[in-house]
Design a protein around this ligand. Structure first.
Ligand SMILES: [Zn+2]
Length: 87
């Protein structure tokens, strides 16, 4: 089992052929170029699809970092404004 490079979820299969990436390698999507064949697994926590989200054909690739920012922004807030009438 490996950690998801987007959200840190521990429990994904090997996302790419060469994983973990070599130390010091700056990753640029599509990751197939640097890391080999993707698993096309979808992370069950953040729903990143290795090999698809970084290489989506017609649309622009999304890096782990970009996806993480969007994923974090989409999470429900743990503390929200207190509704009127709450004690
Ligand atoms: Zn994930």
């Amino acid at each position: 089992m490996y950690d998801c490079p987007v959200c840190g979820f521990h429990g994904i299969g090997k996302p790419y052929e060469r994983w973990p990436p070599p130390e010091g390698l700056v990753l640029t999507p599509p990751y197939v170029v640097q890391l080999g064949n993707p698993s096309y697994e979808v992370c069950e926590r953040c729903e990143y699809e290795f090999g698809f989200d970084d290489d989506p054909g017609g649309s622009s690739p999304v890096s782990f970092e970009e996806y993480r920012v969007e994923w974090v922004a989409s999470l429900p807030r743990l503390t929200g404004p207190v509704a009127p009438g709450d004690p």
